[in-house]
Ligand binder design. Sequence first.
Ligand code: AHM
Ligand code: MG
Length: 333
Amino acid sequence: MEQSFQTLGEFIIDNQSDFQYSTGELSRLINSIRLAAKTVNYQVNKAGLVDITGSIGSSNTSGEDQQKLDVYANDVFIKTLIDRQIVCGIASEENDDFICVNSSDGGYNNKYVVLMDPLDGSSNIDVNVSVGTIFSIYRRVSPPGTPVVLEDFLQPGNQQVAAGYIIYGTSTMLVYTTGHGVNGFTLNPAIGTYYLSHPQMTISEDGRIYSINEGNYVHFPIGVKKYLKFCQEEKDDRPYTSRYIGSLVSDVHRNIIKGGIYIYPTSSKAPNGKLRLLYECNPIAMIMEQANGKASDGYQRILDIVPTELHQRAPFFCGSSNMVRKAEEFMSS
Ligand code: AHM
Ligand code: MG
């Protein structure tokens, strides 16, 4: 492979000046995520070789089966961030409560909190399907010098200072934004370096892919049912193509590159949807908007929802802006 691209390390340093009064803390934080992602990538890639796949028999906070690799990824990200004393708090989809982290002087002086889904789509690991890590970064609202509080984590997504995902796919990519567009870096596993392979990623305004678990059709709200019929109608550039991996990061990543919509709506079985606002919807919504796309709960902008609970769920519609707008029209009709 031709190695003429800029590395992620170089990119982070070159773009540090985007942040006024930056102390380099955010850059060091993204560096820590980059490092943890390499470690997780190494384990995910050899999942079939060692006895690391499968369930460990315990449940996470939402009562779902925790996979061994979920636990492993959760530990790696948390340990990497704690060891570097780079954040003041961490909340994870896999933990019941948030974690308070000391700064290097033993106080509570760091500025940022991280919220993450350490291994999303992990039920796909046993069958060798791509999974991902999703992360979201906020500036704390409580005064530095004091331990973090719940309010530091319960901020609307429009307050995110950075967000991103790592996709452990046919190749491993780290895609992130600090509010200045979206950039994607591909890992060269031979030398363990990420290169800027997808600069300034954007999603087309219109797309022809819809991604939804249609097995739940009978339980969907009427607006979603009507939108699906619209997608399947033989008219203009329709019918659209249906593609659903069941791994949010993979479905979203494909849709950004090819154009499309991802929907996880409410249903009679899941009245608030399935995805978690803080760990999944908000970071993906920031990426989508920064890539010129749109993210909604069917009625309003995801990033404007004021959260009330750490593990809150939200219905999620994201992707090509005209497709999301059309789905919203059906939801309100
Ligand atoms: P998880 O966080 O427990 O892995 O669940 C999130 C995943 C998403 O990656 C995916 O889009 C969705 O759940 C699939 O759910 P379903 O199997 O109900 O279609
Ligand atoms: Mg998840």
